[in-house]
Design a protein around this ligand. Structure first.
Ligand SMILES: [Zn+2]
Ligand SMILES: [Zn+2]
Length: 434
């Protein structure tokens, strides 16, 4: 085979058998978000590089080395457009751009939006990490109350529960990382401590020490981890208002009996976060190496873009990671229902009747189908099952002759023969009157 007939590194194909997982996640997200009056938003896959520079922060790995640049094919370097475009590495910046560009500040606040989209990061491909990966996420822009933080966590918890992941499998790691007022104090206490170990930190963290010491807490290097273990706790340096808001969030979670783990070292990989910060992780994964999703407040981001000071909170989860968790936990995801009624034919005469029947039932509003190119009863029943059909209509040679039909209810495996002119009545009874 030619070399270009091969998928690029760090990507994946989602084959038909896998789609039920994607559908299940999409359905859970949609159901819960719509109930909470979120609107769905779709933004372009590529944006101006400055959008992410500003939002994510110059000192993060993402901006420094993980973004894909978009170039027009075949253009030479000097002919390129002024603007540098990159494939989006995350969803929040794009949503916030829309909020500002469309003047959503004048909409009733808060504005609640959710998305399900692919993201792109040029990382070393490894298990569960792709260069193109899907996220679902949502943003609540324009509300600062801690009730919104609680509602956000509740919504996330419901979505995961809908997918069969509950307190037996997952937990919310939570922390507060302060606001504009207390952050300088938090940074100072951290750098006062970390400066003593400067030479022992990894090169990246040495650089972070001056620019953003908070991010050092997020370093996964063993030698940094050892130093971090003795660092002062952020929570002790929060201002009064951050402290009381955080207390309310935790009390809200207690009230709802949503399990959480207060993690004083938790910060997020992006610079824009403030105050409540959280991740969803497997109960067994104490090292937080593979969180299923995370988010938090970003009360300063909109101002960073030149907009008015606007509080906001958001969350994003990795769909591939959730799917592998669902598989790992052996959670049963139902097959996608493609067909309600499956018509099975045995013999040439029956075949003709079958196709006409599928057509007529379709016109009456039933999702109906038959197996093309299959002739045995067994293989056709198997197809009916795979398509999630509730009823199988069987036309054998005898039925074709005496204008009758067998209705097999696949839900309880009962079957009975009816005269063809009773068919509609029986189908409505079985499918629509329950
Ligand atoms: Zn504060
Ligand atoms: Zn480090």
């Amino acid at each position: 085979m030619n070399e270009f007939i091969r998928k690029p590194r760090g990507t994946k194909d989602i084959l038909p058998d896998e789609q039920k997982y994607w559908r299940a996640i999409e359905k859970a997200v949609e159901k819960r978000c719509l109930a909470f009056d979120f609107g769905k938003i779709t933004t372009p896959s590529f944006e101006s590089v400055q959008l992410f520079d500003r939002a994510i922060g110059q000192t993060t790995d993402i901006v420094q080395k993980e973004m894909f640049e978009v170039k027009r094919y075949g253009t030479s370097e000097e002919k390129r457009e002024e603007e540098t475009l990159v494939l989006r590495p995350e969803g929040t910046a794009g949503v916030v751009r829309v909020y500002l560009e469309k003047g959503m500040q004048v909409w009733p606040q808060p504005v609640k939006l959710y998305y399900i989209e692919p993201m792109f990061r040029y990382g070393r491909p490894q298990k569960g990490r792709y260069r193109e990966f899907w996220q679902f996420g949502f943003e609540i822009i324009g509300d600062k109350s801690s009730q919104t933080d609680i509602a956000t966590l509740m919504l996330i918890w419901q979505i995961f529960n809908d997918l069969g992941l509950n307190e037996k499998d997952i937990i919310i790691d939570i922390n507060s990382i302060g606001c504009k007022i207390c952050r300088p104090q938090i940074n100072k206490s951290l750098s006062d401590y970390l400066i003593k170990y400067q030479k022992l930190l990894c090169p990246v963290c040495q650089e972070r020490l001056n620019l953003n010491p908070l991010r050092i807490l997020d370093c996964k290097e063993k030698k940094c981890q050892n130093i971090i273990a003795g660092a002062p706790q952020i929570i002790d340096y929060l201002c009064e208002s951050c402290k009381s808001d955080f207390k309310q969030v935790l009390e809200g979670l207690d009230e709802l009996a949503i399990p959480y783990d207060l993690n004083p070292r938790l910060v997020r990989g992006l610079d824009y976060y403030t105050k409540t910060t959280f991740e969803i992780r497997d109960l067994q994964d104490k090292t937080r190496q593979s969180s299923l999703g995370g988010g938090g407040r970003y009360d300063n981001l909109i101002e960073t873009y030149g907009g008015p000071s606007t509080p906001a909170i958001g969350f994003a989860a990795g769909i591939e990671r959730i799917i592998s968790k669902i598989k790992e936990k052996k959670i049963k995801i139902p097959e996608i229902q493609k067909t309600e009624i499956f018509v099975i034919q045995l013999g040439e005469k029956a075949k003709k009747i079958a196709l006409k029947l599928v057509y007529d039932l379709g016109n009456k509003g039933f999702a109906s189908s038959c197996a093309m190119g299959k002739n045995s009863l067994k293989s056709q029943l198997r197809s009916a099952d795979k398509n999630g059909a509730k009823l199988a209509l069987i036309i054998g040679q005898r039925e074709a002759l005496d204008k009758s039909i067998i209705i097999k209810d696949l839900r309880d495996s009962t079957q009975e023969s009816y005269s063809m002119n009773k068919l509609d009545e029986m189908i409505y009874k079985k499918l629509r009157q329950k």
